[in-house]
Write a new protein. Sequence first.
Length: 307
Amino acid sequence: MLVTNRDLLRAARRGKYAVGAFNINNMEFLQAITGAAEELSSPVIIAISEGAIKYAGFANVVGMVHLAAKERAAPISLHLDHGKDMETIAACIEGGFTSVMIDGSALPFEENVAVTKKVVEMAASKGVSVEGELGKLAGIEDNVSVAERDAALTDPAQAEEFVRRTGVDALAIAVGTSHGAYKFKGEPKLALDRIGDIAGRVPCLLVLHGASGVKRENVEIANRFGASIKGARGVPDDAIVEAIDRGIAKVNIDTDMRIAFTAYVRKALAEKPEEIDPRKILGPGRDAIREVVKEKIRLFRSEGKAK
């Protein structure tokens, strides 16, 4: 019942929208994401990191996602996010994932090419799609020099060579976003023009990591009930829209869901300190995640694109 990222993202580029890749660590996150996808008739990618696999157990996460795909009408892909361990990547290819990411971005270029090509060859017999990464995810701001900025960004000519030599289906590129809630100290300065340049050179699909917006309302609720998320800043919505217009087909979201979950679980515990029913503690967090995912689906223009 699951589909590949390859199929979802090809349709996204034809339709000029993007598909959200949403990370999960437990059942509540999965229920929220797939529920939002079904409500808005949108495709979604369920992303699972190596850390999440260790936390929840390989069989548990795979089983949950496969069951969700059978129960939901929306197209769903199961994707390994930021895979680095070759044994884990191989297990995902053989064990029910429909897409894997090999993250060799910290390696020298030639080593990144070699390891990515190996994963593409491993995945081919199973029909599993492969995402690679080139460049460094580091928030770019006003006070960063041109040399420092360019060193962190994905080089278009290098991207063209990388895709040609590896055969990846999708490429995560660095254009000034970064992971986590503290992406920028000053005003964000994304190199959106670079997306169009790379899109014009490579035949594969482009991915934007570190794309959470860090919604102010949820940060304030979390802090009001005991969190300490000070000075958090994310990627503006208008930058995401422009990135999609310029060629991004997959947008990764994790931090926004974590903040929403934290905010409303903290709120539930604070307002009802006598409560011991985990459903009534975690339920509000799950509902908050669902609202975040719905907002992202609308932002990415994938609402109504389920086929």
